[in-house]
Design a protein around this ligand. Sequence first.
Ligand code: PEP
Ligand code: NA
Ligand code: MN
Length: 631
Amino acid sequence: FGVISLQTGASQVQDNHSMSKMTSTSHAPLQKWIDKMITLCTPDAVEWCEGSNAEWDRLSNLLVKSGTFTRLNPEKRPNSFLARSAPSDVARVEERTFICTRRADEAGPTNNWAEPTEMRELLQGKFQGCMKGRTMYIIPFCMGPIDSPLAKIGVQVTDSPYAVLNMKIMCSIGSSVLKRLEEEWSGVAPKKRHGHKFFIPCLHSVGAPLEPGQQDVPWPCNEDKYIVHFVETREIMSYGSGYGGNALLGKKCLALRIASNIAREHQWMAEHMLIVGLEAPDGTKTYVTAAFPSACGKTNLAMIVPPESYQKAGWKTSIVGDDIAWLWPHEDGKLHAINPETGYFGVAPGTAYETNPIAMDSMLENTIFTNVALTDDGDVWWEGMTKEAPAHLIDWTGQDWTPDCGRPAAHPNARFTAPASQCPTIDPQWQNPDGVPIEGIIFGGRRATTMPLVYQAYNWSHGVYIGATMGSEMTAAAAGTIGKVRRDPMAMLPFAGYNMGEYFAHWLEMRRYLKHLPRFFHVNWFRKDENGKFLWPGFGENMRVLEWIVKRCHGTAAGHETQIGWTPAPEDFDISSMQNYSREQFEAVMNYHRDEWKAELVSQAEFFLDLYDHLPKELIFQRELLAARLA
Ligand code: PEP
Ligand code: NA
Ligand code: MN
């Protein structure tokens, strides 16, 4: 048996099974931590996750019974489920996300600092008895291919079976990870290069204990939420939310906020970036990364399908990752990258066969949908999936929906959780522990004005400056005013685990460890004309931009020096082969207006002021140089 029954009388749906055999671990520090967590959270039962398909079946059936999951029509969407969250638990909560360090300026000013001892005490109170009436699941997990020099093992304890199933898609979980941890702890394993002797403890609770006889709700959570990172001791504690970024602790919490701290100390980088492979007709393959803020099209670019003319010419694209990249200076002198994840937690609305067929084909089965609408034949729908909406749906709140009802059918931040292995364009190297070599680094955001379609940085410092001053209009991925431009350096504003100025200094320093430097670019797919019409078609056509980037990385395309950086000419883009796209439109999307850039410089200066004490002088110089060029 795998369930240790600690108490009885809970009204939570209990299942009778005899699955995993695990009830304890030979890894003494892990066992000690688990015992402590059981004493703190007082669950009714404890279950070690083994990560098997039988376990997936059992837990998904349990969630169907408890009303959290609706099983989708197996003929349309085999082994797939719809989850509807509580209406208040639909996105990451940046205001409730904390970085705990002894000194306040080690964390701030762009994230929320909290004093570690006080926060620990506060959370002790929150977690005390928080799993009463529920099962505690123990999830050993590994971010990254386990033999990669950067791979990290964590152990998440959670009272959310929804989190368990999402974690199974998003990374390696279960017995194999635990076995490796135990072997390295006991010294049985041959001295492996990377040492998985210890784990990163991740405590998660939805914060909704059940009294004996109390009826559970489909999506338990707490109005009071805390997403907390103790970066000095590498611990994560998350309370009150069941939503993805708040509850799947391997993802944003470990792979970005904690990992950025580890990376800083060990000369690597944990970044909010997609990784895409671009194969030219001559067979050369170029990997680039791109950092865009949440819901700005990282998944779409990572899964780009080139226009037909490109396909005919022999261009091929492949995906290594769509959200997070861990990068390190490889012994070959190049910057290498792995994707620490094995799944996609993508934004559903706007995803369609026209916009991203690869994503659509990745979620045909074995997928969890959260806060999308349910069709009458038991499948899913969301805004933008088809041109015409179905005549009737059950919306994300569980109510009847018709096209004229005035409400969105899916929540704007509705998600799909799909296994990367199901992606038709998955790169053959995506699980290579050695990663892939990165030739180009792309920054970008959602900007209606100012930013041209693409430009290249002059050098590493200028590239870091471009990343550091990135701005984007806000989206539904986080609570806030949609549409307002906010500075989002390297798309890491919600994810940097330490002081932003120090983070820039780390970026500048990384150049020293590389013999072969990747080139930096800035892109903007979202520029509009005076009438609010997009000036660039985007999607597959972005391949034209990528081709120029690839060729710039290899020094085989022209760049034209301008005040803001190197830019392409219309000839470099073969605009004539684009249907219904004129040279004038291209010039409009590439143009820069001095007045807009003046305003941009002022807004950047304002952002820099907040960081002043820790801002590397090199970035201030870069801003001065830009101002001088624009003068
Ligand atoms: C999330 O919101 O849970 C998430 C995974 O991140 P993002 O907002 O970057 O998509
Ligand atoms: Na997995
Ligand atoms: Mn993201």
